[in-house]
Design a protein around this ligand. Structure first.
Ligand code: HGY
Ligand code: MN
Ligand code: MN
Length: 416
């Protein structure tokens, strides 16, 4: 797959490590659940530490729990070229989301060390804490802490069992009040390049194994509470009901329509009702909306249209509705010079450089606040992700990791 003479990663070793990591938190249906700072994820952290040590990297954990494997360069005080991703997952996930970026980064640095490839700048691979945000409701914890965006109020966020982030950090022997000190200077990191599965179908439709992200969607996560009046299912005439669930049904369809009109995406990933009995009209509905768009102003207008329409539907039915923004991030554009470096590496590795915009969010979004950022995407079969059927071929994973390897070597030898 690659031109002769170019260093190449050890594809078998990479795929073996992805398979091994994929066993941690796997269930009988083949889905992986490794929520941030859960027992499964803490076990996975130990696996990553061993992988980093076996690769001959200097390993440290920062105050936010980010694991950092470092390979010194000729000039150890120069800004590092960093790569990385996450090992926390969503619920019933696949084995590639995040894992490819962490293990692909370790494999690239291991190859550079083993083949004694010259690099002026230090190289780092980072395994970030809580990228997904599924357990506590806000994501990018580790990368936001590293880029000075830590928000101490997150410590009071709770998971579905009422455990706070603070308690979960203490359980993981992390100092909850230390995370704010994980922030790094602009000088310490010169650039950040992440390798990730695409989690969509653009590359497959273009029959391209590897893509170059020119931008990443922004997102806004909203919690919506619709309040009506619980009542008896048998004795309450339809015209006297204040049923928040039938109102929510109208609201969900309105959200879908508004997303289509704005050219964005919107997802209702969770919905709960109270009191939740077969013969009781619900009194309250709480659901979440994950809305995303490539353009900041469109994301804003989509959110405004959604909250306006949900309020109108509630009022027409004599109900109340309230909103809570859980998390948000603006869309980001990749650094042109990093995009060029990745494109050149694609050519060297013998691949067409397929440019695209990425709909999934990554730690690269947060790292973009600190340094120049780039994102290399690997084709996902049928575009499936956040699902046990998530899969990328060994050939494509190897191709993506080789593009990462060449890009890191290039950037690590750029002196300015
Ligand atoms: O939600 C996302 O796009 C990513 O998986 N965190
Ligand atoms: Mn994900
Ligand atoms: Mn991911």
């Amino acid at each position: 797959m690659t031109n002769s003479g170019l260093a190449q990663i050890n594809g078998q070793r990479l795929m073996a490590s992805i398979e091994q990591l994929g066993q941690i938190g796997i269930d009988v249906n083949g889905g992986v659940t490794r929520l941030s700072l859960s027992n499964e994820e803490l076990i996975a952290r130990q696996f990553i530490i061993r992988q980093m040590e076996d690769a001959g990297l200097h390993v440290r954990q920062d105050e936010a729990g980010n694991l950092i494997g470092r390979l010194e360069g000729e000039a150890s005080d120069a800004g590092a070229i960093a790569t990385g991703s996450h090992i926390d997952t969503v619920i019933q996930a696949g084995i590639f989301d995040g894992a490819l970026g962490v293990l692909g980064g370790i494999e690239a640095l291991r190859t550079i060390r083993e083949q004694e490839i010259k690099h002026f700048r230090p190289l780092e691979v980072i395994c970030f804490t809580d990228e997904e945000g599924v357990r506590f409701g806000a994501g990018y914890f580790g990368s936001r802490a590293m880029t000075g965006q830590w928000n101490e109020s997150w410590l009071e966020l709770t998971d579905s069992e009422g455990t706070t982030l603070k308690e979960a950090m203490e359980y993981a022997t992390l100092d909850p009040y230390g995370a704010a000190f994980a922030s790094r200077s602009r000088e310490s990191i010169k650039a950040y390049v992440e390798l990730h599965i695409e989690q969509g179908r653009v590359l497959e439709e273009q029959d391209a194994p590897v893509g170059i992200a020119t931008a990443i969607y922004g997102h806004s996560w909203l919690e919506v509470t619709v309040r009506g009046r619980a009542d008896h299912a048998g004795t309450t005439p339809m015209k006297l009901r204040q049923d928040p669930l039938t109102a929510a049904a109208a609201q969900l369809l309105a959200i879908e329509q508004i997303a289509v009109e704005h050219g964005g995406v919107a997802t209702i990933g969770t919905l709960r009702m109270a009191p939740g009995a077969i013969n009781v009209i619900p009194g309250e509905i709480v659901f979440t909306v994950d809305m995303r768009h490539e353009a900041a102003e469109k994301l804003h207008s989509m959110q405004l249209a959604i909250t306006t329409e949900l309020t109108a539907i509630a009022q027409q039915r004599g109900l109340s509705v309230s909103f809570r923004t859980i998390d948000s991030a603006q869309p980001v554009r990749s650094s042109p010079s990093i995009v060029d470096a990745i494109a050149e590496s694609c050519k060297e590795v013998g691949l067409p450089g397929t440019y695209m915009v990425c709909g999934a969010g990554h730690d690269a979004v947060a790292m973009n606040d600190l340094t120049e950022m780039g994102l290399i995407l690997v084709r996902s079969r049928d575009g499936i992700s956040h699902h046990p059927l998530e899969w990328s071929s060994p050939e494509d994973c190897e191709a993506g990791a080789n593009v990462l390897l060449q890009t890191l070597i290039k950037l690590a030898n750029e002196l300015n």
